[in-house]
Design a binder for this molecule. Structure first.
Ligand code: HOZ
Length: 434
């Protein structure tokens, strides 16, 4: 594999060790950097908007732990909350006040969420949400959308985005065909496809699950009226509407995409930001549905580390720090500045580049036309993306190592960080054209 011209001897050495004991040398596929043709850098430490690898190279970090770190690395309020938490104990496996406070905050900010269950990851949230939807509606099938990624539970690994799209696979061995038959995957942004599916499978569809703003096929925005249409169709056919806001919650707006687009889903899945960098997920929604979850009701779901006090404290600290009314205007302006700069570079360059962005999220597609669904994203030039990505890395920019992921802007990315990134992008694009 190609190696970055930076001195990365220690990264290479440690990664070689990793490949002996971790499948592919990693604990999650995208970070392996396989899709961009290099071995990954091994991270030593982080602060604010920066990562340092084990060879002491500094990078401007546009991954931000895949969206979790909206305040950047080691934010003082989050650190303080964790330090206090450490003194109180790391895990109780019993109820504690921080979990109540975080649940109250989420319910207050997202009116569609009247009750919430804390879990440990986005995957746990989505798989539990569809179990609940199936129990509530007494139906078995679900609708998802091509290129959306809802974690790695069996029911979702069909035409999925993120790592599957990155590795160019559409499903996974080990998922029983019997289960696959219960998942209907449709093109994003097409309401007729959804209506048709409901007509064909009347009384079978328990839920529509969707990333209201797709982040896992690269960033794809919902067409005007699309989310309203999904809401209306779910209601018309007696199915639940589940918003997977693991990426968009507390990011595209404080109240997430549901606040931005003014839609009330029946269930909402959260993760990343609500843990402040510690492993947390959550699902919540209407009380009458959530009260079906054990021990209030019969739908079983459990976890020793669910509501973990350290993670709850970190999440609370991060969410409270985002309450300043200026927060999202600033995040939006910074994202726009980066997007506009990249667009300008694209306009000057002779290679086609489509920049897709929303507050706090951005994807560059090496594609001629706007990307409004997964098939359009798949037409992007991934070989060019790899070259471009390598050009960024060796100039000290850590961009998500896949065409099918979003980059995440944080509140600590400065004007200088954006300018440095634009300079690196310009140079990298110029190098791609040579
Ligand atoms: N699934 C994560 C982002 N959508 C990527 C996780 C990783 O490989 O670290």
């Amino acid at each position: 594999m190609t190696q970055s011209p930076l001195t990365t001897a220690k990264s290479r050495q440690y990664f070689a060790r990793a490949t002996q004991v971790l499948p592919g040398g990693v604990n999650s596929p995208v970070r392996s950097c396989q899709a961009v043709g290099v071995d990954p850098i091994m991270i030593d430490r982080a602060d604010a908007a920066y990562l340092w690898d084990v060879d002491n190279n500094r990078y401007i970090d546009w991954v931000g732990s895949w969206g979790a770190l909206i305040l950047g690395h080691r934010h003082p309020r989050v650190l303080e909350a964790v330090e206090v938490g450490l003194r109180y104990g790391t895990s109780f496996g019993a109820p504690c006040l921080p979990e109540v406070e975080l649940a109250e905050l989420i319910c207050h900010v997202m009116p569609a969420v009247e009750m919430v269950r804390m879990v440990n990851s986005g995957t746990e949230a989505t798989m539990s949400a569809i179990r609940l939807a199936r129990a509530y509606t007494k139906r078995s099938s679900i609708i998802k959308f091509d290129g959306c990624y809802h974690g790695h539970a069996d029911s979702f690994l069909i035409k999925a985005g993120s790592g599957l799209a990155t590795l160019g696979i559409s499903s996974s061995p080990g998922v029983p065909a019997e289960l696959t038959r219960l998942t209907i995957s449709l093109p994003f942004n097409s309401l007729p496809a959804v209506e048709q599916a409901f007509k064909k499978h009347a009384d079978e569809i328990a839920a529509i699950i969707v990333e209201p703003v797709v982040g896992n096929a690269g960033l794809i925005l919902p067409a005007p009226g699309y989310l309203e249409g999904l809401r209306a169709l779910a209601t018309k056919y007696g199915a639940l509407l589940i918003f997977d806001e693991v990426m968009t919650g507390f990011r595209v707006a404080y109240g997430g995409a549901q606040a931005l687009y003014n839609i009330k889903p029946d269930l909402t899945c959260l993760g990343k930001i609500i843990g402040g960098g510690l492993p947390v997920g959550a699902y919540g929604g209407r009380k009458e549905i959530m009260e079906m979850v054990a021990p209030s009701g019969p739908v079983y779901q459990a976890g020793t580390l669910s509501g973990n006090p350290l993670a709850m404290r970190a999440g609370l600290a991060q969410l409270k720090s985002l309450q300043n009314p200026q927060t999202y205007g600033e995040l939006s302006r910074n994202t726009q500045r980066l997007a506009d700069g990249l667009k300008e570079i694209a306009d000057k360059a002779t290679i086609p580049l489509t920049v897709s962005s929303i507050t706090g999220m951005i994807t560059l597609f090496f594609a001629k036309s706007p990307v409004d669904d997964f098939s359009a994203a798949q037409k992007a030039d991934t070989a060019l993306f790899s070259k471009f990505w390598q050009g960024l890395l060796c100039r000290g920019i850590y961009w998500p190592p896949s065409q099918f992921e979003s980059a995440f802007v944080s509140l600590v990315h400065s004007k200088a960080d954006i300018d440095d990134t634009l300079t690196a992008a310009e140079e990298s694009i110029a190098a791609c054209c040579e």
